[in-house]
Each structure stands twice: as structure tokens, then as C-alpha cells.
Design a protein around this ligand. Structure first.
Ligand code: TYD
Length: 224
């Protein structure tokens, strides 16, 4: 079966994920790739229905496990309805947040048991793990400033409004994942200009993505 290439973007609030996804999608399309841009929570009709429940804070009073299961339910629908079919068609899938956000937000700062999180991951992601994960790294103080400037008058969402200390723990948790999974993850400093950050990302993608017809087993950030 032909399989495309699955790239996820992770990091704290205001790291510039959506801008970078747009720039990468444009450049991959210009190179002739079929590209699917998507996001979590959401990305499919079923998952978008759950998105509002999560980001409005409606599920917050019911606890971190409930939220984690809702993120997982949204992910299952998104993987089955959008990501897996796109990869089967040979597309490059660019996803704004994925399973590492659950590991960090629900697992680490939500204080949930690792076994519980692993079980959710196994039933939702299965073999659809990203080939490459770009972790956009930024000081949370700067990231939250950027996120506030972006949203203007609108209030912070359920997760943005948490304390700086929690955002710092999330930054460390993303970096810990990158250290453990060097074959999949690349950390990119997100403080530069969008064009500079895009150049670094483009290099990481070019290294990790197999050229057409190249041996499938060489795919992934660790095989560069
Ligand atoms: P959103 O406004 O989509 O995006 P972003 O912060 O990436 O610009 O917000 C999504 C929020 O949901 C964000 O605060 C991270 C959080 N989240 C989780 O807690 N767990 C998850 O599994 C995912 C995918 C997101």
C-alpha cells in the first residue's frame, strides 16, 4: 500500500505552529506533493463536535480523565476519517498538535497515569504514529504574549489561561519527549522570524522525508 508522510507540529501556546504549517504546506505543494492540513482537537466532523466541549472548558469540572478520553475520542475519529485515508492516498499530512499534546497536557500537567495514557494512545493512534514531529520551542512568557496578541479581545481558552508555571512544565515535557524519541522528533527554536523558522523546518523535513521511490524503512527524523 502506498503511504504518504505524516508530520505533526507540537509546542506551547503562541509558538507559531499554524503559520509554520501554512508555509510548509505552500512549499510542499509547490514541489508537487499532495498535502492535507489538519488540526487537533478536531480535523473531522466528529472531532470538531468534541473540540468545542474541550476548549470552552465545559468538560473541565469533570476532571482530567474525562478530558483525556474526550481528546482520545476526537483523535480516533480524526485518525480514521482523515489521517489514515490521506496517508493511504500517498498525501503528506500536516497536523497541528497530536498525541504528544495529550501526553503533555493531560499526562504530565494533568497528572494522569502513564499506563492510562498509553492505553488511550494504543486504541486511537495504533500504527498511525507521526513519521516526523516538529516541536516548536519557545519561552512560555513570550508564547503567551504572542497568543494574547493574536486573539485580541477574545478571552484565553481552557488551556491558555493556566499559570505560567504550568506552561513551563509543558515546555520541559515536550523537550523530554524529544530527547527520548530522537528518531521522530526535531526541536526547532521558534523565537526567530517566521521565514527563518520556516527554513529550519524545511531542512528537517527534507532530511526526514524519503525522496520518491526511496526505501520506506529510511523514513523518519532519525534516519537522516
Ligand atoms: P488551539 O486553539 O487549537 O490551538 P493552539 O494552542 O495549538 O494554537 O487549542 C488547542 C488546545 O488544546 C491547546 O491549549 C492544547 C490543548 N490540547 C490538549 O490539552 N490535549 C490534546 O491532546 C490536544 C490535541 C490539545
Amino acid at each position: 500500500m502506498p503511504r504518504g508522510f505524516f508530520i505533526t507540529f507540537e509546542g506551547g501556546e503562541g509558538a507559531g505552529k499554524s503559520t509554520q504549517i501554512r508555509l510548509l504546506a505552500d512549499s510542499l505543494r509547490a514541489d508537487g506533493h499532495a498535502v492535507v492540513v489538519t488540526r487537533e482537537p478536531g480535523g473531522s466532523p466528529g472531532a470538531e463536535a468534541v473540540r468545542h466541549v474541550l476548549l470552552s472548558g465545559a468538560a473541565e469540572p469533570f476532571g482530567a480523565s474525562m478530558e483525556a478520553i474526550l481528546f482520545a475520542a476526537a483523535r480516533l475519529d480524526h485518525v480514521e476519517q482523515v489521517i489514515r485515508p490521506a496517508l493511504a492516498r500517498g498525501a503528506v499530512v500536516l497536523c497541528d498538535r497530536f498525541v504528544d499534546s495529550s501526553r503533555v497536557y493531560q499526562g504530565v500537567t494533568g497528572g494522569l497515569d502513564r499506563k492510562f495514557m498509553t492505553a488511550l494512545e494504543q486504541v486511537t493512534v495504533k500504527d498511525a504514529m507521526p513519521d516526523l514531529t516538529i516541536i516548536l520551542d519557545i519561552d512560555p512568557e513570550e508564547g503567551l504574549r504572542r497568543a494574547a496578541a493574536r486573539r485580541g479581545e477574545a478571552g484565553a481558552d481552557r488551556f491558555e489561561k493556566e499559570t505560567l508555571q504550568i506552561h513551563r512544565r509543558r515546555r520541559k515535557a515536550f523537550l523530554d519527549i524529544a530527547r527520548k524519541e530522537t528518531g521522530r522528533c526535531v526541536v526547532v527554536d521558534a523565537t526567530g522570524s517566521p521565514a527563518d523558522v520556516a527554513r529550519v523546518i524545511a531542512r528537517a523535513v527534507a532530511k526526514a522525508m524519503p525522496a520518491d521511490g526511496q526505501d520506506e524503512s529510511r523514513r523518519g527524523a532519525g534516519h537522516v
